[in-house]
Design a protein around this ligand. Structure first.
Ligand SMILES: [Zn+2]
Length: 296
């Protein structure tokens, strides 16, 4: 019954935002048919999933098999604990000046994972502004979107799709969020409306340094931050950045969830992982770099 409601709600949102989604095969505009399928002019057909998300990948999944349900559920528990709270507040501050000026405020979370951050942001924006808002959460991993779609997020559509060929019309978003996730700047430029913004978050140099020390005996394991920032500045020369730092104590099962969700732990020696699993408490450094780029 819940699934049916989610599907109907997604279909209602889609009728309001017709022509936003493109066919992943031929890039024709998709329209919602009476039987809750999205159909393009060449008659490629994509059934709205039971939980109301759009399966628009159009090719077999080629990402890591590590990105499974278990990982995204662990990620959600870490989110619910409040690990990303300082980051979420910083993102919200960046959004605030925009919300009052828009007719329809459209956000894309590119690489949304299990979608908690986007869902929380949208629900807070909905209560704060009278402007209509639409969130679209896109991820390559079906298990991410499946997990995302099962939360009852207002005004949000979830879509399995490819960042290199996002199945959305050009200039259709005011803001693109790209949080601790790979980027595709040509896609972002195509998708942003004039005057739009991309908000990217990447790990800072001290992010989870205690965990890196325990896993590899070296807290300086590189985080690719400098190269990522240079690529961002090349793509969006008009930009500004800020740093969000803090400390947080993780306890018991949350340490397990953190190890499960972070790619940092994937290549760690088994003995180091076991030693961390035995810890009752782990204090970690939060360090994120938030960068906001302006479209032309
Ligand atoms: Zn098509």
């Amino acid at each position: 019954m819940l699934e049916l409601n989610r599907k109907i709600r997604a279909a209602q949102l889609l009728t309001l935002h017709d022509a936003l989604f493109l066919c992943p095969h031929c890039r024709g505009t998709l329209h919602l048919s009476d039987d809750h399928s999205m159909v393009c002019p060449a008659n490629h057909r994509f059934d709205l999933a039971r939980d109301g998300y759009l399966p628009l990948l159009g090719r077999p999944y080629t990402g890591s098999e590590r990105y499974d349900r278990e990982l995204f559920i662990a990620r959600r528990r870490v989110h619910q604990f409040g690990f990303f709270q300082p980051l979420q507040e910083a993102i919200e501050q960046e959004l605030r000046p925009l919300t009052s000026a828009c007719q329809l405020y459209r956000l894309l979370d590119a690489g949304c994972g299990e979608g908690s951050l986007l869902a929380d942001l949208i629900s807070r924006l909905v209560t704060r502004t009278e402007a209509p808002i639409l969130g679209v959460g896109l991820d390559l991993a079906k298990d991410a979107i499946l997990t995302a779609a099962k939360q009852d997020a207002a005004s949000t559509l979830w879509c399995v799709g490819d960042l290199a060929a996002v199945p959305c019309a050009s200039q259709s978003f005011d803001v693109i969020l790209n949080i601790l996730s790979p980027s595709n700047y040509p896609s972002f430029h195509r998708l942003l409306a004039p005057g739009g913004q991309v908000i990217k978050v990447m790990p800072g140099p001290h992010y989870l340094q205690e965990l890196r020390q325990l896993l590899y005996g070296d807290h300086t394991v590189p985080m690719k931050g400098t190269a990522s920032m240079a690529r961002f500045r090349d793509a969006f020369p008009v930009c500004r950045q800020r740093r969000i730092t803090g400390r947080m104590v993780l306890e018991g099962p949350l340490i397990h969830d953190m190890l499960r969700m972070t790619p940092l732990a994937w290549r760690a020696p088994a003995a180091a992982l076991e030693a961390i699993h035995r810890l009752g408490q782990l204090e970690v450094t939060l360090d994120w770099v938030l960068v906001v780029g302006q479209s032309n």
